[in-house]
Design a protein around this ligand. Structure first.
Ligand code: NAP
Length: 481
């Protein structure tokens, strides 16, 4: 059983009023740890520490920051098995997926650190012989990071690593359900040599209070949030009061188009991987499939057969590919979307049922394929965040693009074709921040990740991720002679 306080100014400290909360395993309902439950005063202490640490950290050389982040990355990989087990025990994803996420987190830390050395300024030709113009990049100051439960490690490293690389200090608030991975990561950042106060962790049950304190404080220059579109909008409104820089990675509703010339074996493999990873609980999971009517039957048959073979269960068990959903509300939402679709005429080609285990404390939903779905069904309009693929057919390329773009979200979209001209043109027409052409798993640390429309603002990953933590300063020199 893991037990942690809050990590402030390089020390583990209890919450000011000694409050703690328990963390449970979603596959068994058993308690796996407990962590500090921060008060308003604790969040302010976290900001104080980050603010005081900023002058020294922001003036370290890029080489020093890169060296420390490289060491963090190595330590994360040295503890890959331990971190993966902690993650699976609090989040539920299969252990193999957790290991992949830890590797991704380490890569993201290493890559961001290396990028610190490439934070370049500019000189611009002046319009007077007596002037010189410089453009300098500087860290924004204290950055606040709020992260969700579905990727307990990589959502943190995607924010913290570029922030540190840029020279910012950080106050992190991880999701209530998955604080243990965050706590262990804090220890590794500290062990690698990140100085006291540069990174601070406030866990807690009152997310709205923590968010309000971070947003109201003028010393916080930047807020980076990953989570639901609903909460993202709340934070954006509140950030306006102090005009903070803001990055939002919000919900998705990813379409996957199967054109008639697609390799159906590979396309169905990619839909399977894109949809059922983390039991469908990722923002870039395929959320609706559009398949050309000429290949619909064959594609559906292949996908349904593969879906039926997926092994569901406790993520700690050997061979499990689909774990539990995070809680009963998540399972209710999936069940309701399936019920609504079936009531409106959808047919179930695989799965379709909910299962509760461990005295109703663990909530599973069978990997499910629905056919004959229509735009009127809720599942075609909203993010599912569960293991269900709704399939619709289309007749023309134009119709497929129109259907794919008909959403308030614009995070990720995928399609399969062998036609090069079509590949280029469809990729350009899709209104999404990420497009996978014959690729259902495009995400990688060196590429920009983020969405259009109500899927968010800004990008994480690669040089774009570091940019989000930098200000641009124009310095004008007037010369004496
Ligand atoms: P959520 O309810 O919005 O929570 C995300 C984080 O915000 C958690 O730390 C949560 O704290 C906190 N929070 C909740 N209410 C808040 C408030 N009023 N003020 C400040 N913070 C608040 O989202 P979720 O259900 O955990 O995550 C799933 C969503 O995240 C999905 O919509 C998914 O698509 C999206 N997501 C997007 C990306 C991306 O990169 N675009 C990646 C992953 C997930 P508590 O845990 O304490 O409630």
């Amino acid at each position: 059983m893991k037990s942690y306080g809050l990590f402030i100014d390089g020390q583990w400290v209890p919450a000011s009023d000694k409050k703690e909360y328990k963390v449970f395993n979603p596959a068994t309902g058993e308690q796996v740890g407990q962590v500090g439950d921060a008060s308003e005063q604790d969040v302010k202490k976290g900001i104080d520490a980050a603010y005081q640490a900023f002058p020294a950290w922001s003036t370290t050389t890029a080489w020093e920051r890169a060296g420390i982040l490289k060491r963090v990355s190595e330590l994360i990989m040295d503890h890959q098995d331990e971190l993966s087990e902690i993650m699976t025990s609090e989040q539920g994803k299969p252990l193999a997926e957790a290991k992949g996420e830890v590797k991704n987190a380490a890569n993201s830390v290493e890559w961001s650190g290396e990028e610190a050395k490439r934070i370049y300024g500019e000189t611009i030709p002046a319009s007077s012989r007596k002037k010189r113009i410089w453009v300098q990049r500087q860290p924004v100051g204290v950055a606040a990071a709020i992260t969700p439960w579905n990727f307990p490690a990589s959502m943190i490293t995607r924010k913290v690593a570029p922030a540190l690389a840029a020279g910012c200090t950080v106050v992190l608030k991880p999701a209530q359900q998955t604080p243990l991975t965050a706590c262990r990561l804090m220890e590794l950042f500290h062990e690698a040599g990140v100085p006291n106060g540069v990174i601070n962790l406030v866990t807690g049950t009152d997310a709205a209070m923590i968010g309000d304190v971070l947003l109201a404080d003028e010393r916080v220059g930047k807020i980076s949030f990953t989570g639901s579109t609903h909460v993202g909008k709340l934070l954006m409104r509140k950030a306006a009061d102090t005009v903070k820089k803001i990055s939002l990675e919000l919900g998705g509703h990813a379409p996957f188009i199967i054109f008639p010339d697609a390799d159906l074996d590979r396309a169905s493999d990619q839909v399977l991987e894109s949809k059922f990873r983390n039991a469908g609980q990722t923002c870039i999971c395929t959320n609706r499939v559009y398949v050309h009517e000429s290949v619909a039957e064959s594609f559906t048959e292949k996908l349904a057969q593969k879906t039926k073979k997926l092994k569901m269960g406790n993520g700690m068990d050997e061979g499990v590919q689909v774990g539990p959903l995070i809680n009963s509300e998540a399972a209710d939402k999936v069940a309701e979307q399936v019920r609504d679709a079936v009531n409106k005429g959808a047919r179930i080609a695989a799965g379709g049922s909910r299962r509760s285990e461990a005295e109703g404390k663990a909530h599973y939903f069978e990997p499910t394929v629905l056919t004959d779905t229509t735009d009127e069904m809720v599942i075609q309009q909203e993010e599912t965040f569960g293991p269900v693929v709704p399939i619709q057919t289309f007749k023309t390329e134009e119709e497929a693009i129109q259907k794919a773009n008909r959403s308030r979200y614009g995070l990720a979209a995928y399609f399969y074709t062998r036609d090069l001209s079509r590949a280029i043109q469809v990729a350009e027409k899709l209104e999404y921040g990420i497009v996978g052409v014959n690729d259902g798993v495009p995400s990688t640390v060196q590429a920009p990740f983020g969405g259009l429309k109500e899927s968010g603002l800004g990008r994480e990953g690669g040089k774009y991720g570091v940019e989000e933590y930098l200000e641009t300063k124009f310095i004008s020199f007037a010369l004496d002679q």
